[in-house]
Design a protein around this ligand. Structure first.
Ligand SMILES: NC(=O)C1=CN([C@@H]2O[C@H](COP(=O)(O)OP(=O)(O)OC[C@H]3O[C@@H](n4cnc5c(N)ncnc54)[C@H](OP(=O)(O)O)[C@@H]3O)[C@@H](O)[C@H]2O)C=CC1
Ligand SMILES: O=C1O[C@H](COP(=O)(O)O)[C@@H](O)[C@H](O)[C@H]1O
Length: 499
């Protein structure tokens, strides 16, 4: 069941007054996500006065850190990754909210110590028992942490309690279902926030309102005129230091099951009407339910998987996937995924959706492109015209552009010309800021609900099996390219190309 608070999803975020005093229990406080995203997001919320005066963050990890050392790590993170300059005069005020406690999550007895720590701080800072447990840890630890939170009674509190779980949620359909069952023994569905940071990206959050607020755009997006929709999430980075996780996950679990399918849902749901917060969840479920299954025997017709070889990315030579530290030399893991999907409902009918993602590609870009049908009348030779494209750029820059054919002055020729609108993102909250704020507020609109996650795994499962049974080739592509040539063929067979 979906859950929402009584706010319009499209409303601007509120202020700190809307968030009750709380304890933020951060599992994985010594890890990469905390350093790169969570501390900077909390800091930006603090500077924007969107945190309550009374809040306590208890950081956890196995490392034997002191509170002071923890503070120095947070400070380092803010100086490296925060969107805004560190304000020297208030930095210590911010850090004073944080304390650290070494804890091995598999050690049941340690949770009693944690409970005392949390309660002491609640008394000291006058915090009612509102507790947000944020699990920034390997997915394999989520179950044991939840079990121990339950067994120790830490989740039985006089205030509200919420559990924020990072993606990927499980590793396949069965494990996700088992995990969900376990979580629901300790928390109600209303209290579980499955975070997918693509849902926190401002352009994604605004998709629903964009068309409604702009009748011109709404009339442009007449579905009868759309030839196809393309969703791209390309990255220049490689596997970095994450081989242990990534070589088991691959692009299919790391990006497709969650981020890309969420983008498909968000893109397909919004046309053509205004949508309330509650309807967003329901419509997303309708979309994912309508996604035509691809049977594993047919996967080779609709799906391309690839792995990068050595090459040059942004003028720098880089090694191939198989030479990356921690990657087995015979790994068949996918670092690239592309597919052709169909949403089998009256709205989207025959319009194909193409999705693709990959590491070590030529550029970092997340975007959605609507390609319009070509002019059918023969007044202008078709080869002189490019299809009109409406592009929504999501990341790293944000904006909207429309590609048109404009006649060059003093010539009979047409030139493809883009009308661009770039959002000024300098002062814009980032995905984790928006999502952390919502989790603390109790607004689950932009979190992945269980139904969506389960339906996404159901759709993905035959493809996982096709990959495991090697029912489709693993293509290679040079680092710095746009991906395997076979991915171009996927579109060519329908007379399209990637944009
Ligand atoms: N990094 C990123 O950019 C992103 C990460 N994510 C997700 O966030 C989650 C965390 O990722 P990331 O931060 O990169 O991972 P890291 O490996 O960097 O961090 C893992 C954290 O888990 C802690 N940990 C591991 N084992 C135990 C244990 N037995 N007891 C207590 N703590 C333990 C580690 O602490 P210690 O070593 O001190 O025990 C560390 O703080 C993953 O689910 C990932 O998919 C999602 C989006 C982006
Ligand atoms: O969740 C993940 O996302 C990042 C890409 O995120 P973005 O916001 O930079 O587009 C990806 O690099 C990582 O592998 C994956 O775990």
């Amino acid at each position: 069941m979906t859950k929402f608070i009584e706010v319009d999803a499209l409303q601007e975020v509120k202020s700190s007054k809307d968030i009750q005093a709380l304890t933020f229990v951060l599992f994985g406080a010594t890890g990469d996500l905390a350093k790169r995203k969570l501390f900077p997001a909390l800091y930006n919320l603090f500077l924007a006065e969107k945190l309550p005066n009374s809040f306590s963050v208890i950081g956890l990890g196995r490392r034997e850190w002191s509170h002071e050392f923890f503070h120095s790590k947070i400070e380092e993170s803010l100086r490296t990754y925060a969107r805004k300059d560190v304000q020297e005069d208030s930095l210590q005020d911010f850090l004073n909210h944080f304390q650290y406690s070494p804890l091995d999550v598999t050690d049941k007895s340690a949770y009693k110590r944690l409970q005392t720590h949390i309660e002491d701080r609640e008394i000291e800072l006058n915090i009612p028992g509102n507790r947000l447990f944020y699990l920034a840890v390997d997915p394999n630890l989520v179950e044991v942490i939840t079990e121990n939170l339950h067994a120790s009674g830490l989740n039985q509190t006089s205030g509200w309690r919420r559990l924020v779980v990072e993606k990927p949620f499980g590793t396949d359909l069965k494990s996700a279902q088992q995990l969900n069952k376990k979580l629901s023994e300790a928390f109600d569905e209303m209290e579980i926030y499955r975070i997918d940071h693509y849902l926190g990206k401002p352009m994604v959050q605004n998709l629903a309102s964009l068309v409604f607020a702009n009748p011109a755009l709404a009339s442009l997006l007449d579905l009868k005129q759309i030839a196809n929709v393309q969703i791209t999430a390309s990255e220049t980075v490689g596997v970095e230091t994450r081989a242990a996780y990534y070589d088991n996950a691959g692009a299919i679990r790391d990006m497709v099951q969650n981020h890309l399918l969420q983008l498909v849902m968000m893109t397909a749901l919004h046309l053509p009407e205004n949508i309330t917060a509650e309807e967003i969840g329901n419509k997303k479920i309708e979309v994912i339910e309508s996604l035509k299954p691809i049977e594993k025997e047919d996967a080779h017709k609709h799906v391309i998987r690839g792995q990068y070889r050595a090459g040059e990315v942004l003028d720098t030579p880089v090694i191939g996937y198989l030479d990356e530290p921690g990657v087995p030399e015979n790994s068949m893991n996918d670092t690239y995924f592309a597919a052709r999907l169909h949403i089998d409902n009256p709205v989207w009918g025959e319009i194909p959706f193409y999705i693709r993602t990959g590491k070590r590609l030529d550029q970092k870009s997340t975007r959605i492109v609507f390609e319009f049908k070509k002019q059918k009348r023969a007044l202008i030779p078709a080869e002189e015209l490019v299809p009109n494209l409406l592009t929504l750029e999501i990341n790293p820059s944000e904006g909207i552009s429309l590609k048109l054919n404009i006649k060059e002055p003093s010539s009979e020729r047409f030139k493809p010309t883009c009308i661009n609108f770039k959002t000024n993102t300098d002062d814009q909250s980032d995905a984790y800021e928006l999502l952390l704020f919502d989790a603390m507020l109790g607004n689950a609109t932009f979190f992945a609900h269980w139904d969506e996650v389960e339906l996404s795994w159901k759709w993905i499962q035959p493809l996982l099996e096709a990959f495991e049974n090697n029912l489709l080739p693993l293509h290679t592509y040079p680092a710095g390219s746009t991906g395997p040539e076979a991915a171009d063929e996927l579109l060519k067979s329908n007379n399209f190309k990637w944009w």
